[in-house]
Design a protein around this ligand. Structure first.
Ligand SMILES: NC(=O)c1ccc[n+]([C@@H]2O[C@H](COP(=O)([O-])OP(=O)(O)OC[C@H]3O[C@@H](n4cnc5c(N)ncnc54)[C@H](O)[C@@H]3O)[C@@H](O)[C@H]2O)c1
Length: 665
C-alpha cells in the first residue's frame, strides 16, 4: 500500500507483523513502574479499545510486555512503514486543505531527523508527546483525511475523540493535552495517568504540531543574549571580546554558542558529557573544543586580548570554570546556566568533584548520596557566582530552575527580603520587559509546498515588511525591530532549517499581522504555495507560568491561568485553523498552562479576514493582562494599540502612590 492508501485505511484491516525497533533509534527512557496490578489491567483494557476483538488475545500479551519493558504501551507494531516527514501538502489525501496542512505539521513533529524519540512519538524535552501510541496517530490521520471544512476533530491528549459538525469558520482541530483536575497534577499523576493511556505530556509545540526544530531556540537564545549585553553595556559598546559564561550543550542548551556568535561575544560553555560537546562541535554549533582547564584559561585570555567573537566548549564541570576564573581574575560580563535542573536527581545536573562516570553510577546505585553531592555542588556553584557578581558580573536564571534548586539546597541565593532570589530570571529582566510586554514573541511560519525557494521568498517578504515598519516605529521598539531585520537577513546563511521549510521571527501584533497578510497576498498571486503560521507557546499571551513566561507579573496574578484559557477560547472563535491548550511544558506538569494555534493561509479573502481578527487578539490579550499588572512597557503598548484600533477598549490600572500604603497595617 502506498502512503495515501495507508493514511485512508487508518487502523489496518489486517494485523500488521510484529517489527523490531530500529537498532540506531534514540529510545525514550524506561518510564516508572507505577501502576498496581488492577491498574495495569485497566491500561491493557484501555489500549485494546482501539482494535477488533479477534486481535485482543494476541495484543493483550504484547501490550503487557511493552508496559513491563518500557513503562508505557506505544503499540509499536502499528507504526507505519512509510517515511515520516513533512511532505508537500498536495501529497496528503484530504478533502480540505486545512486538514492536509495539519497532517503535514504532525508528520514533521514525528520526522526521525526532527523528533527526539520518534519510536515513542516524542518530539522533544524527553516527554513531549504528539500522541500516546500509534493507534492514535493512525486514527487521527484517517479522520483528517476524511474531514470536510464543516467538521472539527476534537483531540484529548492524543486521542481523537471524533469529528463533530461545526462550520467553515470553526477550528478544524481542537487539542487539549494533560488537562487535569488541579489536585491530580503532580509529576507522579502524569506517570500514572499516562501509563493508563488517558493523558499525555504535550510539552509546548510537540502536542500542538508546531515544533520546527532547533531554529526556535536559537532565535530565542540570541534575543536573550543580545538584550542581556544591552543591559550591561553602554550605548554603542560592542559585545566583542566580552565573556558570556554558561553551561550545557544538550538539546536546547546547545544553541547557546551559536547564539553567542550571532550576538558577537566570547561564549564559554561547559559541558560534562564529552559526547554532547563533541556532537555540537562536529555540527559546527561551537567553534573550539577544549578539555583542559589550563588551556581554557589561556585561550580565553587570548580571545579577550584580541577582542574576538568566538565560542568555546569546555569539556568539564561548570563549577570548576566559575571558581578558576575567579582565581585568575577573568572578568565575566554575562553569566547563566542551562544544565537540566528541572530534573536534578536523574542526570540533569552533574556535581563538581566527581567524574561523569561516577555520577552515573551513583544515580542508579546510590541516589541519596548523589542527591547530597548535587546539593553540595549547587552551594559551591552559587558561592562562585556570588564572588563574580560582587566584581560586577550580571547573572540571570535561564528558566532551568537553577535558582530554585540552589535555594532548596541551602545555597546563598536569596535576596535580603528572603522571598525573592538574588538574581532575576531571563523573563523578569530581559524577555518580559523588552519583548513580551511590547507584544514581541516567537511568530513562525511553514511553507507547505516544501520548496526552499518559497522560504527564501517569505524571508524577503518579511524583511520588506519590517523595513517599512521600522521607519514608523516608536523609539521604544526600534531595537527589537532592528534585531529581527538582522535575524531575517542572515537566516538563510545561518542554515537553521531542520525538517519542514520553516522560519521563526520575533514580531509584535502589528508586525505579525502585516507579515502574514503579505504572505496571504503572495499566495493569492501564485508567487508562493500556501503557508501555515503559528507560534511557540513561550509567548506574550499563550502561557501562564509563574517561574517563566509570566515571572515578570507582580500583581499576584502570576499563579492564575486565566490568560492562557482566554487565549485559546479567543483564538478559536476568531478563526484559528487549530488551537491547543496544555498542562506542563518546559517547567513541568502542574507548573504551567500553555496554549497555541496554527492558521492556514491559502490566499483567500476568508483567510485574510480570519487572520486580521485572530492575530490581533492572540497578542493583545497578553498585553492587556500585562498592562493591568502595571507593567510599564505593556501600558505603553496597549495605549498605542488602542490609538491604532478604536474598537479596542481595555481597562487600564490606576497607579497608587507608595506613601498611601506605607502605614496602613
Ligand atoms: N527558558 C527557555 O527558553 C529555555 C531554553 C532552553 C533551555 N531551558 C532549560 O535549560 C535546561 C537545559 O535544556 P536542554 O534541552 O539543553 O537539556 P539537556 O539535558 O539536553 O542538556 C543539559 C546539559 O547540561 C550538562 N550538564 C549537567 N550538569 C553539568 C555541569 N555541572 N557542568 C557542565 N555541564 C553539565 C548535561 O550533560 C547536558 O548535556 C532545561 O532545564 C530547560 O528547561 C530553558
Amino acid at each position: 500500500m502506498d502512503f495515501k492508501e495507508q493514511i485512508l485505511e487508518g487502523i489496518p484491516t489486517e494485523l500488521p507483523a510484529l517489527k523490531p525497533y530500529p537498532s540506531n533509534a534514540n529510545r525514550a527512557p524506561k518510564r516508572k513502574d507505577i501502576l498496581s496490578i488492577e491498574e495495569k489491567q485497566l491500561a491493557i483494557r484501555n489500549a485494546l479499545r482501539y482494535f477488533p476483538k479477534q486481535w485482543h488475545e494476541e495484543l493483550a500479551k504484547e501490550f503487557a510486555q511493552e508496559l513491563k519493558t518500557y513503562g508505557r504501551i506505544y503499540m509499536h507494531r502499528f507504526k507505519p512503514t512509510y517515511k515520516m516527514y513533512a511532505r508537500p501538502i498536495d501529497e496528503y489525501p484530504a478533502k480540505c486543505k486545512q486538514a492536509a496542512a495539519i497532517m503535514l505539521m504532525i508528520n514533521n513533529n514525528l520526522d526521525n531527523t526532527v523528533a527526539q524519540h520518534p519510536e515513542e512519538l516524542i518530539t522533544y524535552g524527553g516527554n513531549g508527546a504528539v500522541f500516546q501510541n500509534w493507534a492514535q496517530y493512525l486514527l487521527t490521520m484517517q479522520y483528517l483525511s476524511m474531514m470536510t471544512d464543516e467538521q472539527t476533530l476534537h483531540m484529548y491528549s492524543g486521542h481523537p475523540m471524533g469529528l463533530f459538525p461545526s462550520s467553515k469558520n470553526a477550528p478544524r482541530v481542537v487539542v487539549t493535552n494533560g488537562m487535569m483536575i488541579p489536585n491530580y497534577s503532580t509529576p507522579n499523576d502524569w506517570e500514572k495517568f499516562n501509563a493508563l493511556g488517558v493523558t499525555q505530556y504535550g510539552q509546548m509545540t510537540a502536542g500542538s504540531f508546531m515544533y520546527i526544530g532547533p531554529q526556535g531556540i536559537v532565535h530565542g537564545t540570541t534575543i536573550t543574549v543580545m538584550n542581556a549585553f544591552r543591559k550591561i553595556l553602554t550605548e554603542g559598546e560592542s559585545p566583542a571580546g566580552k565573556i558570556f559564561l554558561t553551561a550545557g550543550l544538550g538539546g536546547m542548551s546547545g544553541a547557546q554558542p551559536k547564539a553567542g556568535n550571532i550576538a558577537g561575544c566570547i561564549t564559554i560553555c561547559a559541558e560534562v558529557n564529552p559526547k554532547a560537546a563533541t556532537k555540537r562541535f562536529e555540527q559546527g554549533w561551537v567553534d573550539v573544543l577544549i578539555d583542559n582547564i589550563d588551556s581554557l584559561v589561556l585561550r580565553v585570555k587570548e580571545a579577550k586580548e584580541k577582542n574576538e567573537v568566538v565560542s568555546i566548549a569546555f569539556i568539564g564541570n561548570i563549577v570548576d570554570v566559575w571558581e578558576r576564573f575567579d582565581v585568575e581574575d577573568i572578568f565575566i560580563h554575562l553569566g547563566s546556566d542551562q544544565t537540566s535542573l528541572h530534573i536534578p536527581w536523574t542526570g540533569g545536573y552533574y556535581p563538581v568533584g566527581i567524574s561523569y562516570e561516577e555520577s552515573n553510577r551513583l544515580i542508579s546505585e546510590d541516589p541519596e548520596a548523589f542527591k547530597e553531592k548535587v546539593q553540595a555542588s549547587l552551594r559551591r556553584h552559587a558561592a562562585a557566582i556570588n564572588k563574580h557578581n560582587s566584581k560586577g558580573t550580571y547573572f540571570f536564571d535561564y528558566g532551568n530552575a537553577f535558582l530554585l534548586e540552589a535555594s532548596r539546597a541551602g545555597a546563598d541565593i536569596m535576596a535580603e527580603n528572603k522571598i525573592d532570589f538574588k538574581y532575576a530570571s531571563y523573563v523578569q529582566d530581559i524577555l518580559g520587559p523588552m519583548c513580551f510586554d511590547y507584544g514581541f514573541g516567537p511568530f513562525r511560519w511553514v511553507c507547505t509546498s516544501g520548496n526552499p525557494a518559497d522560504l527564501d521568498k517569505t524571508d524577503q517578504i518579511a524583511m520588506d515588511v519590517l523595513e517599512k515598519m521600522i521607519a514608523q516605529s516608536p523609539k521604544e521598539i526600534q531595537l527589537q525591530m532592528q534585531d529581527n531585520i538582522i535575524w531575517i537577513k542572515d537566516a538563510k546563511k545561518n542554515k537553521l532549517v531542520v525538517g519542514s521549510q520553516a522560519r521563526i521571527l520575533y514580531a509584535d501584533a502589528e508586525g505579525r499581522f502585516k507579515i502574514a497578510d503579505a504572505f496571504n497576498k503572495a499566495v493569492a498571486a501564485g508567487e508562493i504555495g500556501a503557508i501555515v503560521i503559528g507560534r511557540d507557546h513561550h509567548d506574550v499571551s499563550g502561557t501562564d507560568s509563574p517561574y517563566r513566561e509570566t515571572s515578570n507579573i507582580y500583581d499576584g496574578s502570576k499563579f492564575t491561568a486565566d490568560m492562557a484559557i482566554h487565549n485559546v477560547i479567543g483564538d478559536s472563535f476568531r478563526g484559528a485553523t487549530w488551537v491547543s491548550i496544555h498542562n506542563g511544558g518546559g517547567v513541568g506538569w502542574g507548573e504551567v498552562i500553555n496554549g497555541g494555534f496554527g492558521m492556514f493561509l491559502d490566499g483567500t479573502e476568508a483567510a485574510a479576514e480570519r487572520l486580521k481578527s485572530m492575530i490581533f487578539y492572540d497578542v493583545n490579550n497578553g498585553i492587556a493582562r500585562r498592562s493591568w499588572a502595571r507593567n510599564e512597557e505593556a501600558l505603553f503598548a496597549i495605549k498605542r494599540e488602542m490609538e491604532r484600533t478604536p474598537s479596542l477598549k481595555v481597562t487600564l490600572p490606576n497607579l497608587v502612590d507608595d506613601n498611601i500604603l506605607k502605614n496602613l497595617f
